[in-house]
Each structure stands twice: as structure tokens, then as C-alpha cells.
Design a protein. Structure first.
Length: 263
């Protein structure tokens, strides 16, 4: 009988947490609250599926097989990822994954000799209902870092990386600013709120009594990305009726937190 991926992962994590090394006189040592949060996050992902933590398709930075080398380099400079899905010429589907390190020997060569199809690697496709623990085991087994996610109809709906999974376990521990980090809307005062970028568009509209006129977006982060037109950096803002939306926390792949100010 094959080993259950979930059991395998959690056995290893349990062993890791049970280690009892010599105490260090180091201020960087995790405190009891951080350790407790780590354990809770590990247990939480056991019941999580890929759909819940994936990067939605609207937020994906990608390339097209028809782009020349200079166009690709321009995208790389703007978005700064290590891997990119590559779509076919009609943007109808992903034909492979480009690893940026594979471009090192190409940069500086003649553009006329460049063919992205010679560099792309096989793309891994997974269903949105796949468990996160099983996904992590697959990444480790295949030595992969990225997979495209499809729904029950075979339509592309997002992207999942090993970093997304690890972030669910340890990513929020260092963010001590948000005492109620599990809340989607945190009230700072009567006119200022911290909102999770993953909040559903309908929930945001109901709470702030506004309309986000963007049928393609399912979340507040997706709405901001669509309206701004590129992956915003911290400090980028957007006006919406009586509201000002300011990106408060983000990385190179997605928006995390948005400050909402009521004018």
C-alpha cells in the first residue's frame, strides 16, 4: 500500500516540531505564540484544497509564445518572477513553463534566433479540488515549484506554487502588525480599515455599500489588479466613489492587504 501523502507530510512536520535542540541565546528564536501559530497553520492546511490558496487566473503574470526576446525581458523586469506560464499564440491555453534561468545564455544573442518553444518545460496540471498536502508532496516528488489549476470542466482557473503552500504555514507569522490577521476586514478607526485582498467582491460591496463594476473579478485584489492594469506595489492607490484603496501589503505575485479609507 502506498504511503498516504497527508500522513507522510504531517509525520515529518511532527518530528520536526518534536526536536529539542540546545537553547540558543538568540533574539530570533520563535516565542511560544509563534510556535503555537505554526502548529495551528500546519493543522489548518490538512483540510485545505488548492482552490482556496491558488493565485486566480486574473492575477497570473504570463508570457505568449509569439513574444520576442525583448518583449519577454520587459515582462520579466516588470514582474520579477522565476517561472512563467507560456500561452499559445491565441492565449487559449498554457503550452509550458519558462524558467528564467534558462534565458541566461540566450540574453544578448540575436533576437531572430530566439524561439521560446525550445526553452519551455512541461506544464503540470492539477484539479482545483486537490488537497494542499497532496500537492506539496507532489511538488517534492517531482522537484517542481509550479502547477496550473483547472476546474471540473477543464478550464484554467489559476496557478499554485510551492511558495503559496509554505506561506500558509509560516508566511503570516512575521506579520505582527495585524493582531486579528484572520479577519477579512479589520477596523482601525471609523474612517480606515485593513481589508484582505482575497475578500469576495460581494462581501466588500455589502460592507462598504459600493459597487465594484468589474464582472471578471471575484475578489477585491482581483478588482484592483484589473483596474490598475499591472501588479501594483505597496503604496499604489485607487479611487472608488467615496473610498480610497491603498495597497498595504503585496509581493511580486499577489496583493495581500489593502487599506480602505472612507472620505
Amino acid at each position: 500500500m502506498s504511503e498516504d501523502p497527508s500522513q507522510s507530510l504531517f509525520s515529518k512536520l511532527k518530528n520536526l516540531l518534536n526536536l529539542n535542540p540546545e537553547p540558543k541565546l538568540d533574539s530570533d528564536q520563535p516565542n511560544d505564540e509563534q510556535i503555537q501559530e505554526l502548529i495551528e497553520n500546519v493543522l489548518k492546511i490538512k483540510g485545505t484544497v488548492v482552490k482556496e490558496i491558488m493565485i486566480p487566473e486574473i492575477n497570473i503574470s504570463s508570457l505568449n509564445e509569439n513574444q520576442n526576446l525583448q518583449e519577454i525581458i520587459s515582462v520579466l523586469n516588470e514582474t520579477r518572477h522565476s517561472r512563467y506560464p507560456v500561452y499559445d499564440e491565441k492565449n487559449a491555453g498554457v503550452i509550458g513553463i519558462l524558467h528564467v534561468k534558462d534565458l541566461i545564455e540566450i540574453i544578448g544573442s540575436s533576437n531572430s534566433d530566439f524561439n521560446i518553444n525550445e526553452l519551455i518545460r512541461e506544464v503540470k496540471i492539477v484539479p482545483e479540488t486537490k488537497s494542499v498536502t497532496s500537492m506539496l508532496e507532489d511538488f517534492k516528488k517531482d522537484r517542481a515549484h509550479l502547477a496550473m489549476v483547472i476546474d471540473e470542466y477543464g478550464m484554467l482557473v489559476g496557478l499554485i506554487t510551492i511558495e503559496d503552500i509554505l506561506e500558509e504555514i509560516v508566511g503570516e507569522i512575521e506579520d505582527e502588525f495585524y493582531e486579528e490577521k484572520n479577519d477579512e476586514i479589520i477596523k482601525i478607526n471609523d474612517n480606515e480599515f485593513i481589508v484582505s485582498a482575497t475578500i469576495e467582491k460581494e462581501k466588500f460591496e455589502e460592507f462598504f455599500d459600493v459597487v465594484l463594476d468589474c464582472p471578471e473579478a471575484e475578489s477585491l485584489g482581483g478588482y484592483m489588479l484589473k483596474e490598475i492594469g499591472f501588479m501594483p506595489k505597496v503604496g499604489e492607490s485607487l479611487a472608488l466613489d467615496r473610498l480610497e484603496l491603498v495597497v498595504t501589503s503585496a509581493d511580486q505575485r499577489k496583493i495581500k492587504k489593502i487599506t480602505v479609507r472612507v472620505n
